[in-house]
Design a protein around this ligand. Structure first.
Ligand SMILES: [Ca+2]
Length: 225
């Protein structure tokens, strides 16, 4: 019984002290301060922080694809730009179509897309300069399809067997776009822009294709002037 009374008295003391402490803290404004501090911060933010404006894009910036290491990068030798990458390229047993072969000043070598379950619609080839400098582009010349004459004769026609690019979209660093349709012919075809564009890169995207017996889409050469 004596212990029970002691425990009850101790509990009463604890409760009384807790209530007293809470009342004192409220009197000192502990809880008011927390609320008002939050309100003040919100009001201050609204007063001092202007509505954030979107950062202007730097002129002639290279696209993020340039930083992506999953694509083959190489030195192009056919002129205007000295670097290129592609979203994919064929490189497996029996089939090879490196990205560099679309920019090697040789119509007998060809890029082939590296996507096995489609004809490569949406695949792209990106041309730019290693130092990020710009070039003025006024035209593009395309050698479509698989043009290698050592593989094209009376018995086999690799141009027809492989797929060829049809609708193409060019994108430049100012956001402008140029679309054109390549004829289904191995002849060199030149397309001239309405206005020359100064740009740090050209992204060449295959939008649609002429389907061959095989799904591999080939482009033997792309030349910007
Ligand atoms: Ca080539």
């Amino acid at each position: 019984m004596k212990y029970f009374v002691s425990i009850v008295l101790s509990l009463i003391v604890i409760v009384v002290v807790s209530i007293g402490t809470f009342a004192w803290m409220r009197g000192q404004g502990f809880f008011d301060a927390a609320v008002s501090e939050s309100d003040t911060a919100t009001a201050t933010d609204l007063l001092t922080d202007p509505v954030p404006e979107s950062e202007p894009e730097p002129a002639h910036a290279l696209p993020p694809e340039v930083q992506d290491s999953q694509y083959e990068e190489f030195e192009a030798v056919n002129g205007t730009f000295d670097r290129a990458k592609a979203s994919s390229y064929a490189d497996w047993e029996g089939t090879k179509g490196l990205t560099s072969w679309a920019f090697d000043a040789d119509a007998n070598t060809t890029w082939q897309d590296g996507v096995k379950d489609s004809c490569g619609e949406g695949e792209w080839l990106l041309s730019y300069n290693a130092d990020g400098s710009t070039r003025v582009i006024s035209s593009v010349t395309v050698y479509n399809g698989y043009q290698d004459l050592t593989y094209n004769d009376e018995t086999k026609n690799f141009y027809q067997l492989n797929s060829r690019a049809r609708d193409v979209m060019l994108e430049f660093d100012d956001g402008s776009v140029y679309v054109f349709t390549i004829e289904d012919s191995p002849e060199a075809q030149t397309f001239t822009l309405e206005e020359p564009v100064e740009t740090s890169y050209v992204k060449f995207t295959v939008e649609s294709v002429y389907e061959g017996k095989w799904s591999d889409t080939c482009i033997s050469e792309i030349v910007y002037r």
